[in-house]
Design a protein around this ligand. Structure first.
Ligand code: GAL
Length: 944
């Protein structure tokens, strides 16, 4: 054991001893260790490659579907899930925390354990993540202490969160023997590095340890600065952490950008290694896509297919592997939905991210590459300890080949890609392999954006692989699976003491001088090659060009490989019975390799008899609408806006009232103001904070003046705007009514208090001459609907809720020619009857999905059974289709849909066509309980 490993182990055990008694359930005596050296993490001393995907439970408000996503990750080769825990999501008010229902992170961590997924816990306190305030709760805006510093009031607030979330994480630590959390992050991309931040980081580390977290801790360094490196590191700034991790987003962020060049060893491998030579190469986040923005290009599908698609994954993640990184987390793997008031000002509702698993929970082709690489890094164990091999010069200068060697086993890894890596030409080449088996010069082809991870001199379950130009996916006793690109030649060389017998559709030759059995073939379809004799156990070598319908699981009777269905979720062996669950998107048949004793198969509870059915068609109802235009609100019961000081960074001119909404406890959603002034004003000017594509509407004496939208359409949209309207010319007393839609607080990325930028009105041309009242979401920080929670709390009325008495509302035609200026509510109820045993992922489409932006000037909040599932901004765009997660949506029952249309009243500016959309239906799925949530009731919401 190296000194470093021993030191890490001692730390883990010492802290463990202090907390074990309090936390480990009776009877649990098993304890585990998480240690590391410069090469990899070791779990109970076993080197483990961490292949992790980022998943945000708070962007999927349906715990039943957490299981769906986690199972899809497990099935697709991930062994770890990385989770940001969002402080704001759990805390509507200082001192108030909620971990129930959609916020039940205990349940989430239990599910991860149930699936055998390790967890990287990332509870902030600051997370960024394109969520409002970067995850800081709204109430923190009123804290005078500088966030992400050692200001006492901020530290007290951060302590509040950390102690609560740590209490949950601690219960699920691998080190306790009661869960699978193996690592914990403190802070995120803290690139302010002054003495105050250094004290803050120390405080976070000691907080986490005092809270009983015993797994190694790390920070996520932006742009590989070498900040917050552990003791023994050489980065410019040491931190109170065990591991050094960084994030990298190197790919294109839009469809019209070309993939950047994959930096080679000199950039990632060496920087990480030099910054922290004693800890494993660790990307806390590596781009699994990128986010799109208000007014953006609707980038997700094209990012997923091309920019950050299969070729990108092979080139960039392959480069990381070649660089010896052994902990890779991909942000995002399932992006989900920034529902309600979750979005930061940058992003719109969909946080699909172009990730491997789409927002509608569909497996994209890029998921198959994740499966290939994920299964490979877990099957090819030498990968957890790589040193750089001798330089390899391929026959073509258009290609480069990285070469690594495991110093213990002597196995070799070659990673071949274009030179430069962004090239997409079709290049055939050879490269020299020199191993203990001899010298070879195999031929390889790289056609388009691609990289190949090839293995040589490798002992494999009693076999010896000399090399292969096909890529190893996985292997276990008796079976090995290799893949290649359709139509490309492949060559696999295995070594035997004497000539073995080979059957299958390959050309084979045996060289008695070397003992090499050479197999030649062209990739296409699934080939099953049987090799026996030759002094080794029999081998079924599977050669394919497509593993999208192949699934590997470990069962009590050993590994099993299944092909056929669109997804295998679980596999278990009992005696000779193999029990499988999964999904089909078309009729399928099963092929099974693995435990010899399988004689019977159960598929989703039914005996398998040669065929599994595909899904039945789902019929979706037409929507029939009622609508209502509420009168402008009066201000009975509203707060007087009489504060004269504010912690907002946007202060009104001296002597003017503070109007910013956070000062009055309204942190998200629509904010209403009523002001009184007298005399004639030619015009009225309002400075306001609306966040991305935020909006202000104004009326004087009940007459609509107009609206102003915060400009967007650039990657860094503006968040503040100034609106000027002509005012009525009459003298006397006037009442001005203003509504500001707050589309989120700025993130505090640079630790400069950016989240304290004001929302709502900041100042007006009426100055101190007007008196104001303010109202935001009903109850402010004291939620009237704690079940749906703070991110749903943006409205004052109850029109969005199921059960609201709308029978007196007029029937309404949709599409509508226009709308009243202000907000018009539409409501409908409809029945869904998705067949039993089916998982239909449904969405709602407004307007024409073929256009990025409509010519209509209005926006719509979409409420499904009372849940705010997103905001459509017709002429800002680009989103038309909103994913409606089951659990929130009732796929077999009644649903209430409410849409709040906010328009300027101009011609054409009314609700366009609205339709339910099928985003993907399979037979299968998981059990998704309805998320219980209250209906409207008069006592709470009153009648408007
Ligand atoms: C990273 C940050 C994440 C997220 C990501 C972009 O720099 O750590 O929280 O914001 O960028 O999606």
């Amino acid at each position: 054991m190296t000194l470093v490993r021993r030191a890490a182990l001692v730390t883990v055990l010492v802290v463990l001893a202090a907390v074990l008694t309090a936390d480990v359930p009776r009877g649990v005596t098993e304890k585990h260790t998480v240690t590391y050296d410069r090469y990899s993490l070791m779990l109970d001393g076993k080197r483990t490659y961490i292949w992790s995907g980022e998943f945000a439970y708070w962007r999927l408000p349906s715990p039943g579907l957490w299981r769906d996503v986690l199972q899809k990750m497990t099935a697709n080769g991930y062994n770890t899930v990385s989770i940001y825990f969002n402080w704001a999501y759990h805390s509507p008010k200082k001192g108030v925390y909620d971990f129930s229902g959609i916020r039940d992170v205990d349940l989430l961590l239990e599910m991860a354990e149930e699936m055998g997924l390790y967890v990287i816990a990332r509870p902030g306190p600051y997370i960024n993540a394109e969520t409002s305030s970067g995850g800081f709760p709204g109430w923190l805006n009123n804290d005078p202490g500088k966030a992400r510093s050692d200001a006492p009031s901020y530290l007290a607030a951060a302590d509040e969160w950390m102690t609560r979330i740590d209490a949950v994480i601690r219960r699920h630590q691998y080190t306790n023997g009661t869960g699978t959390v193996i690592l914990q992050q403190i802070e995120n991309e803290l690139f302010a590095t002054g003495p105050s931040q250094q004290r803050y980081m120390k405080r976070l580390a000691s907080r986490v340890r005092a809270d009983g977290i015993t797994v190694p801790i790390f920070h996520n360094d932006v742009a590989r600065n070498g900040y917050w490196v552990p003791p023994g590191g050489a980065g410019p700034l040491k931190g109170p952490v065990d591991l050094y991790a960084f994030d990298a987003y190197v790919g294109p962020q839009r469809c019209d950008e070309k993939a950047k060049d994959a930096p080679d060893f000199g950039i990632w491998g060496d920087v990480g290694a030099k910054a922290s030579p004693n800890t494993p190469g660790f990307t806390a986040e590596f781009g699994g896509g990128w986010f799109d923005y208000w007014g953006g290009p609707d980038a997700y599908e094209c990012l997923a297919a091309e920019g950050a698609g299969p070729g990108y994954e092979r080139v960039f993640y392959g480069t990381n592997i070649a660089n010896g990184l052994s902990i890779q987390n991909f942000y995002m793997t399932f992006g989900g939905t920034s529902w309600g008031w979750l979005p930061s000002p940058i992003v719109y509702t969909s946080y699909d991210y172009g990730a491997a698993i789409s927002e509608a929970r569909q497996l994209r082709p890029k998921t198959t590459v994740m499966k290939q690489l994920g299964l490979f890094v877990q099957s090819f164990s030498p990968i957890t300890k790589l040193t750089r091999g001798s330089a390899v010069t391929p026959s073509s200068s258009k290609v480069k080949v990285y070469h690594d060697v495991n110093p213990d086993s002597g196995a070799h890894l070659f990673v071949a890609m274009h030179n430069p890596s962004r090239a997409t030409t079709d290049d055939s080449f050879t490269f020299p392999i020199e191993t203990r088996d001899g010298a070879y010069e195999p031929a390889v082809r790289l056609d388009g954006q691609d990289a190949k991870l090839l293995v040589a001199d490798y002992d494999m379950d009693g076999q010896h692989l000399v090399y292969s130009t096909s890529e190893m996916v996985t292997h276990f006793a008796g079976t090995a699976l290799f893949t290649g690109r359709k139509g490309e030649s492949g060559e696999t060389v295995l070594r035997y003491a004497s000539a073995p017998t080979v059957s299958g559709d390959v050309a084979s030759s045996y060289d008695p001088a070397t003992g090499d059995l050479r197999l030649r073939y062209v990739h296409g379809g699934l080939r099953e090659v049987k090799i026996s004799g030759g002094g080794r156990p029999p081998l079924t070598l599977l050669l394919t060009d497509d593993i999208s319908d192949m699934w590997r699981y470990d069962t009590a009777a050993g590994p099993v490989l299944v092909s056929g269905p669109a997804l295998v979720r679980t596999a278990a062996m009992e005696g000779s019975l193999l029990t499988l669950t999964g999904d089909t998107d078309a009729p399928a048949s099963l092929r099974i390799w693995g435990p010899a004793q399988v004689s019977r198969v159960l598929w989703n509870g039914e005996p398998y008899a040669g065929k599994i059915a595909g899904p039945s068609a789902v019929t979706l109802p037409q929507l029939i609408w009622r609508s209502f235009v509420p009168p402008l609100p009066d201000d009975t019961g509203w707060q007087v806006a009489d504060h004269i000081t504010t912690t907002a960074t946007t202060k009104p001119p001296a002597g003017n009232p503070v109007l910013t909404a956070d000062d009055y406890g309204f942190h998200q959603g629509d904010i209403w103001y009523r002001g009184h002034y007298s005399g004639v004003r030619k015009s009225l000017t309002f400075r306001f904070g609306g966040g991305g594509a935020g909006l202000l509407q104004a009326w004087v004496d009940g007459v609509y003046l107009g609206q102003s939208v915060v400009p967007s359409g650039v990657p860094a949209p503006r968040r503040l705007a100034t609106a000027t309207f002509d005012a009525p010319a009459s003298a006397g007393e006037h009442v001005v009514t203003v509504m500001v839609r707050n589309n989120g607080h700025t993130q505090d990325m640079a630790a400069d208090e950016a989240h304290k930028e004001g929302r709502g009105l900041i100042s007006t041309s009426l100055g101190a001459a007007a008196t104001w009242k303010i109202q935001g979401n009903r109850g402010g920080e004291d939620l009237v609907d704690p079940v749906r929670g703070i991110m749903n709390a943006g409205s004052y009325d109850g029109y969005h809720l199921p059960g609201y008495p709308d029978s007196s509302w007029a029937t309404a035609a949709v599409p509508a020619a226009t709308a009243e200026p202000g907000t018009t509510w539409y409501r409908t109820t409809f029945e869904l009857s998705v067949p039993d045993g089916h998982d239909a992922s449904l969405g709602l489409t407004i307007g024409d999905p073929a256009t990025l932006r409509s010519t209509a000037n209005y926006r719509a909040l979409i409420y499904v059974n009372g849940w705010n599932m997103g905001q459509y901004t017709a002429n800002v765009g680009p989103q038309n289709t909103y994913t409606l997660p089951n659990g929130i949506l009732h796929p077999r029952g009644e649903n209430t849909l409410a849409i709040a249309v906010t328009s300027d009243g101009g011609p054409g500016n009314g609700l366009e066509k609205v339709a339910l959309t099928d985003l993907g239906t399979v037979r299968g799925g998981v059990d998704v309980p309805t998320v219980p949530a209250p209906a409207w009731n008069q006592a709470k919401w009153g009648l408007e």
